[in-house]
Design a protein around this ligand. Structure first.
Ligand SMILES: Cc1cc2nc3c(=O)[nH]c(=O)nc-3n(C[C@H](O)[C@H](O)[C@H](O)COP(=O)(O)OP(=O)(O)OC[C@H]3O[C@@H](n4cnc5c(N)ncnc54)[C@H](O)[C@@H]3O)c2cc1C
Length: 378
């Protein structure tokens, strides 16, 4: 069975590894000139770690990151709004609130795959379903025929646009800056977010005495004034926010700053097609508010290989995958979008009620929500 995977991100590489475990050597094609990721920090929850255990790489992944004790939400003055005890969660659901540099995770995945199966510099521009199999066209004027195709080329997937032209990416309403910087002397074992009228700032300690921070500001899509923002402008924008937020911006070098508008994918009616299947962000991209996009990509890999090994029929496995994965990924997309709206609200009355509600939220309500996220269907 010849399987081609378009996209060598977390979904594509994890799936190649999961297929390798059931005796299938898939070929992975990525648009980038090298199998080297860009990006910043990734928080991975207990469900992703369970996925890595299934893929046999959990220990290696864990060795590359940091396990945090908690997740705290503050208001702009630094008053605690809500707190999750990640040690308690880890005791209940398996290692949780783990953070890693995206590049380190990517390297673990790449190192487990044969170099000959990884094809950089191959941007897919379309696909042609044939009577038997599917042919993919690449931007370099080549084409390759496969028995089956896994489409994992991210939220703006070129192949999905052809299979499902009506799929709609939706701007979240806020734009995001991120950076990984040298730790300016913070001693913290928890991840935190600060929610205020100017927007949201989060920061997390990474392994190797680094800090990953992000900042989200409500803005129109592709706003030139946001695009022009430099670190000094962010410092000014969040000048009222509590320590250590000003220090994080001050410590950031211009070349460390990444900027993106945030999007998700309106829940799709279909992941499975004749001889093709959408995986990861190509099928169910979510806003990053729940930190679940990459986690769901890992779940996809495990579930698809699990279905395929039942009878080695791609189309049946793809249909069963769709049935298993669609309700959960749709739920995460909707919840994450809602959480973003709550966190990014600039309405004073709503913010006061929200902060009061979160301060007095019974622990069991928080736990119940998290339990649903952590309960994987492996
Ligand atoms: C700001 C931000 C923060 C996030 N934080 C978290 C977090 O903390 N935890 C978490 O779990 N998730 C997080 N996510 C989500 C996570 O990054 C994604 O869900 C995850 O990377 C999806 O993996 P993927 O492989 O499906 O897609 P991608 O990572 O987008 O990979 C797609 C790959 O396809 C390649 N490609 C693109 N087009 C083509 C083409 N035409 N032909 C061939 N190759 C192509 C790209 O080069 C890339 O390598 C965050 C996302 C954002 C934007």
């Amino acid at each position: 069975m010849q399987i081609g995977i378009i996209g060598g991100g977390i979904a594509g590489l994890s799936t190649a590894l999961a297929l390798q475990q059931i005796g299938i050597d898939a070929q992975v094609f990525d648009a980038a000139p090298k199998f080297e990721p860009v990006g910043a920090g990734l928080a991975l929850a207990a469900n992703a770690i369970k996925g890595f255990q299934r893929l046999g790489i959990a220990d290696e992944v864990i060795a590359q990151g940091n396990c945090l004790d908690g997740f705290h939400i503050f208001d702009a003055q630094g008053q605690l709004i809500n707190r999750t005890d990640s040690r308690a969660m880890s005791a209940k659901y398996g290692l949780d609130n783990f953070v890693i540099h995206r590049a380190a995770l990517h390297k673990v995945l790449v190192d487990h795959l044969p170099a000959a199966s990884l094809h950089p510099n191959k941007r897919a521009i379309g696909c042609q379903p044939k009577e038997q199999g599917v042919t993919v066209q690449f931007q370099d004027n080549t084409e390759t025929a496969f028995d089956h195709l896994l489409v994992a080329d991210g939220i703006h997937s070129a192949v999905r646009k052809q299979l499902l032209p009506q799929a709609e990416t939706r701007y979240a309403g806020y734009t995001c800056w991120r950076a990984i910087i040298d730790n300016p002397g913070l001693e913290s074992l928890y991840a935190s977010e600060t929610w205020g009228k100017a927007g949201r700032v989060g920061w997390t300690p990474l392994k190797g005495n680094k800090i990953y921070w992000f900042a989200c500001v409500n803005a129109p899509e592709n706003d030139p004034s946001m695009k022009a923002m430099r670190v000094e402008d962010l410092q000014q924008h969040f000048k009222e926010y509590h320590t250590p937020i000003p220090d994080l911006f001050r410590q950031t070098k211009p070349e460390q700053l990444l900027w993106h508008d945030l999007y998700d994918l309106a829940p799709l009616p279909q992941f499975a097609f004749e001889n093709a299947l959408l995986l990861g962000d190509a099928g169910h991209a979510t806003t990053p508010n729940m930190g679940q996009g990459a986690c769901q990509a890992v779940e996809d890999a495990v579930v698809f290989a699990d279905e395929l090994q039942k009878d080695f029929s791609f189309n049946l496995a793809a249909q069963r995958f769709e049935k298993r994965r669609m309700p959960r990924t749709h739920w995460i997309t909707r919840q994450s979008r809602f959480l973003g709206e709550v966190a990014q609200s600039q309405n004073w009355v709503f913010m006061r009620v929200r902060n009061f509600g979160l301060r007095h939220l019974p622990t069991w309500v928080n736990d119940k929500q998290l339990e649903k996220v952590y309960s994987v269907d492996f």
